[in-house]
Each structure stands twice: as structure tokens, then as C-alpha cells.
Design a protein around this ligand. Sequence first.
Ligand SMILES: Nc1ncnc2c1ncn2[C@@H]1O[C@H](COP(=O)(O)OP(=O)(O)OP(=O)(O)O)[C@@H](O)[C@H]1O
Ligand SMILES: [Mg+2]
Length: 266
Amino acid sequence: MSVTSGKVALRAEGVSLGYERRLIIEGLSIDIAPGAVTAIIGPNGCGKSTLLRGLGRLLKPSAGEVQLDGKPIGSISTRQVATRLSILPQNPSAPAGLTVSDLVSRGRHPRQRWYQQFSRADESVIREALEATDIADLAEVPIEELSGGQQQRAWISMVLAQQSEILLLDEPTTYLDLAHQVEVLQLVSRLNRELGRTIVMVLHDISLAARYADHMVAMKGGRIVASGTPAEVVTEEHLLEIFGLEASVVTEPMAGRPHVIPLTTG
Ligand SMILES: Nc1ncnc2c1ncn2[C@@H]1O[C@H](COP(=O)(O)OP(=O)(O)OP(=O)(O)O)[C@@H](O)[C@H]1O
Ligand SMILES: [Mg+2]
């Protein structure tokens, strides 16, 4: 299990986050449960990616504070943050010509020193990361020549190669066919169970989120409107309130998790 068990590894306290002209999130507080899988859901534009960027230090709060291991994240060196936490942005972009293996190797950079070549251990971490997402055979292909789903898997491999304790994943299943969506979520779940990794992921598929998350956070208009277990968050009332969606929530028989069936009219 994670060395941070029992403590809050990542916390936002009264954070306001936004962009030059507009504040998106105001005075939001959240504790990320260590060693758990947290899924953030909510409609397009509600601030999920903005919150994740704030938690991952890609965006500086205009008020409040994000803390990593009890310290203001802004006071920790970039290299140190990168060994504790990795973030998969929603629309990552790679320089032209960069191959899959170049990209995944970059995940090792925070752990290397200028005098150090790639070690055998680095090589094996990279190979395992490529195999975990099923793209080892594409290692020498430039990123821009991959399909959307293959690119997504290459980015996930880079995050895996970082071997950090906390993974912030913004829609890790976009572009993936259903089998690969399930594969990625099972991989995430395995990292959590076997290595005690703390996972925070933004997902649009609420039923899949409910299936794989220990904890769910629902956002609307830059605010957290519900948080708790999947059964507490995924209710017909919340779906109507958060998405304006009329749906029936049933319990799926295998894992006993809530499953959303949207109701159609007309
Ligand atoms: N770089 C930016 N500059 C200015 N405004 C931005 C920027 N990124 C996002 N926004 C605005 O912030 C708001 C929240 O965006 P955010 O990307 O956090 O939403 P989201 O919940 O992740 O949505 P989605 O489900 O579509 O990914 C939106 O209104 C968006 O227009
Ligand atoms: Mg987003």
C-alpha cells in the first residue's frame, strides 16, 4: 500500500481557478483519498479539466492552495512534483516526429540525473509501460502517424513510465474502442489495488466510472454538487440536476454498481 495511507496526499483548500478573463472555479475544496480511485464526472465545460490542472500544478490558483503531502504544491520543485504525481491532460500534444518510445521515455526524465544514461531498469519500465497498453509493436512509429486510440494509449504509457504515486487522468478512455476502454480501466484498477496508486480520473461514461471508482465527485458550473460512493452520487435525482438527463439507474448484477439507462422520449 501507499506510504501515504491514512493521510491526505493531495488536497485543494478554497481554490479559485480560471483563465485570463474568467474565473471558472471559486473557493473549491477537495481531499483526494490516498490509495483510492476517484472519478470526476460532470457536463462539458463544468470545470473538470480546470480542477485537474489545478491539482496537477499546471494551473496556479488565484486564491486558496493546493497541497501535496501537506505542503503547498507551489513550494515543491517541478522535478519532485513529477516524481510524486503525473498528469495526463485531455488533449496532449507531442512534437512532430517524436516516436512512441521517445514519448514513453520522457516519463523517466524526472527520475534521471544529467550524468545518468538510461539504465537497464529504465528500459524495462518503458517496455512494461508499452506492453501494459498494448502498443509495444508501435514503439518506433511517430505519434502523429497513430490513430486517436493508439495515441491515447501511448500517452497513458508515458504516465505509467513515470511510476508516480498519484495519477491524474483527464478522460483516459477518449478515442478508445470499448475493449480498450475496459482494458485501460482495468489497468488503472490494478495499479490501484496492487501498487496502492492514488488515481483521480475524469470520465464521461458514468456507468463505467461507477464500476471502477471507489469515490465519485460530480461537478456542475465549477462547483462540486455531489461526492461519495458511486451509489450515493449516481442517482436519478443527481443525473437530472447535474446533466438535465432523465435516466433510470439500475444496479448492474456483476459488481453491484449503479448503471445508467438514459430515458428517451418521443
Ligand atoms: N485555456 C483556456 N482559456 C480560457 N478559458 C478556458 C480554457 N480552458 C477552458 N476554459 C473554459 O473553462 C470552462 C471549463 O473548462 P474545462 O475544460 O475545465 O471543462 P470540462 O469540465 O473539462 O469540460 P469537457 O467535459 O468538455 O472536457 C469552460 O467554459 C471553458 O470554456
Ligand atoms: Mg475536460
